[in-house]
Design a protein around this ligand. Structure first.
Ligand code: AMP
Length: 192
């Protein structure tokens, strides 16, 4: 079973690319943001707690996200692989995930990092706010907090995965199709 991770700042196009990748490469898409938004939609007590965190642009606690991820993996024993979008977002999540996969005799096959400037990210998030009804996309202060959180908490993953020889950078400035072609070629190479 293959495990690919796509990382990048909010608005980098992770979700868009992940959806295209699953269609072509027969992988299962896991977006922790989507899983958390589903919990919010269900309007459970937990969902309301999550909503307050997401609406402020902060990260949901590691244990909560890890529990969700492990549950999805357990429920899908027959898929050929997964593409994780928006997970891991902290080194604690990454190392716990590594241990979990190791206990199952598996491994992360590759990490694809979409590189894009903060200014372009802000433009893209403003555009997405008009299409999707996401409160965390509508307020400049919250957007700034999410970008700062990415730099502080998620960027350390770059060194974490570089040290494992699993890190691959993609220029996020091209068109959706151009970026997809580059990622696809990379996934084919890493799947061999
Ligand atoms: P996304 O849809 O990936 O942009 O995620 C939306 C929001 O969900 C983020 O700003 C976080 O508040 C939360 N979130 C998503 N994935 C994670 C994660 N792996 N760890 C912690 N919080 C997360």
């Amino acid at each position: 079973m293959k495990h690919f991770i796509i990382i990048g700042p909010p608005g980098a196009g992770k979700g868009t690319q992940a959806k295209l990748i699953v269609e072509k490469h027969n992988l299962r898409h896991i977006s922790t943001g989507d899983l958390l938004r589903a919990e919010i939609k269900a309007d459970t007590k937990l969902g309301r707690k999550i909503k307050a965190i997401i609406d402020d642009g902060n990260l949901v606690p590691d244990e909560m996200v890890l529990k969700m991820i492990k549950s999805v993996i357990t429920k899908n024993p027959h898929v050929s692989g997964f593409i994780f979008d928006g997970f891991p977002r902290t080194t604690i999540q990454a190392s716990d995930f590594d241990s979990h996969l190791k206990s199952l005799g598996m491994d992360v096959n590759g990490v694809i990092s979409i590189i894009i400037s903060d200014d372009i990210v802000k433009d893209r998030i403003h555009h997405r706010a008009m299409i999707e009804d996401r409160k965390d996309d509508m307020n400049d202060e919250i957007i700034q907090n999410r970008i700062a959180t990415y730099h502080a908490k998620t960027e350390p993953l770059i060194d974490y995965y570089k040290n494992q020889g699993k890190y691959h950078e993609i220029d996020g400035n091209g068109t959706i199709e151009e970026i997809f072609t580059t990622i696809s070629t990379l996934i084919e190479r890493l799947s061999k």
